[in-house]
Design a protein around this ligand. Structure first.
Ligand code: AMP
Length: 395
């Protein structure tokens, strides 16, 4: 028996889960928000009990110390050495990493170099690794990359139609993200359906960030996020794909730097930007019920972008056996799933079972028995994948 902690170290947040392996029992989880800001919030759930406290946590080292102390005080571990492995979510693994790896000096260096491609994420992820190096030097650390699952894409799908030299010089290409989630949910659906009936899957990870992946025989052949997680479908606050000329145009008109316009596309666009109300689909749904035309427009745009991508991926896959929904919106929004599938019904041999669709956060088939394309809700669990990979690589 081993205790494995999965860590997701963000720029100002830290999420953790502790699993007892190989039984895969979740025994503690928690979140620290606002690291480095006044009044950080620490929430921990253990022994069926959740508690939250507000205190000043100046940096990631203190945050991780606090997490470890609280695991001791809740009796989850009696000695920090009980935590045999730590799995880290690392956003960017570039072209080098197509699978999870045990972290050594070279891997740390690579993650650092790749910070150039993921400046918001990799440095924070690496900070988590380095703090564990200091506090728990004997624990095995494993890197689980968000990009790894997408490394099976062919050049025809990952290259951008830019001068080729920029791919060679700077690695400008599509990498794709949310790979841990797409990998987990498509594997799970293939277990349920059997490999013959799940050769062509379109995976819709619709959360605050969102992406779709086209998966053939278990391997990713295309995905919507690109060089960065800004690309693809419309998201909570991210624009997704737009005409790139808009960036220079807006920069001139609004006297913004290119970075300023990129921030605007990342943080003030998407559902939030169009609706002017919220980035949260629950608020959008409520606003639609109250008659907000802009919330309706935002929602319709979102649905159209998802459906157009599904249609494009159906062509690339040579047909579709199953479509699956996962993440916050995909698992919970009965309304959105209905809009998406009903839009597809005119063009594809697909039919929603409205009664079956009336579920949240549960694994379920939501298409009718006669629907040629099956539709499923598969809850994602990236932390479990991180724990599994860590446990497997430790042995
Ligand atoms: P995630 O990034 O996967 O945690 O997803 C977060 C998003 O899920 C939120 O911003 C909401 O838009 C959405 N969400 C969560 N619960 C619901 C719900 N019951 N109905 C609609 N959307 C939801």
């Amino acid at each position: 028996m081993s205790l494995i902690m999965s860590l997701n170290s963000g720029s100002s947040s830290l999420k953790f889960q502790v699993f007892r392996m190989p039984a895969e029992v979740l025994i503690a989880s928690g979140l620290i928000e606002r690291i480095g800001l006044p009044s950080s919030v620490f929430t921990v759930k253990a022994n069926d009990h959740e508690e939250s406290s507000t205190l000043d946590i100046p940096n990631h080292k203190e945050a991780i110390r606090l997490v470890l102390e609280s695991l001791m005080s809740h009796g989850i571990v009696s000695d920090l050495k009980d935590i045999a492995g730590i799995g880290h979510r690392i956003v960017h693994g570039g072209e080098k990493y197509s699978a999870s790896v045990v972290i050594n000096e070279q891997v740390e260096k690579d993650i650092e170099v790749l910070s150039d491609l993921a400046p918001l994420h990799n440095p924070a992820n690496l900070l988590g690794v380095r703090v564990i190096d200091e506090i728990l030097p004997e624990a095995v650390q494993v890197a689980v990359f968000d990009t790894a699952f997408h490394q099976t894409m062919e050049p025809v799908s990952y290259m951008y139609p830019l001068p080729y030299e920029y791919y060679e010089k700077y690695g400008i290409r599509k990498y794709g993200f949310h790979g841990t989630s797409h990998g987990y949910v498509t594997k799970r659906l293939r277990e349920i359906l059997g490999s013959e009936n799940s050769r062509r899957i379109i995976s819709c990870h619709l959360g605050n960030g969102g992406s779709l992946a086209a998966v053939k025989n278990g391997k990713c052949v295309n995905t919507t996020m690109g060089f960065t997680p800004l690309a693809g479908i419309m998201m909570g606050t991210r624009s997704g794909d737009i005409d790139p000329s808009i960036l220079a145009y807006l920069s001139e008109k609004e006297h913004l730097s290119l970075q300023g316009v990129t921030d605007l596309c990342n943080k003030k666009s998407g559902l939030l930007g169009v609706s002017g109300i919220s980035s949260d689909m629950r608020d959008i749904e409520n606003a639609i019920k109250e008659g907000s035309a802009r919330a309706k427009l935002a929602c319709d745009m979102y649905v159209q972008r998802v459906c157009n991508t599904i249609a494009a991926y159906a062509v690339q896959l040579g047909g579709v056996d199953a479509i699956l929904f996962t993440a916050g919106i995909g698992e919970n929004s009965i309304y959105l799933r209905q809009l998406i599938i009903e839009t597809l019904e005119d063009a594809f041999p697909i039919e929603l079972d409205r009664t079956a669709n009336n579920i949240r956060r549960k694994e379920a088939k939501i298409s009718t028995a006669s629907s040629r394309i099956q539709v499923w809700v598969i809850p994602t669990n990236e932390e479990l994948v991180i724990a599994r990979d860590t446990y497997r690589l430790m042995k």
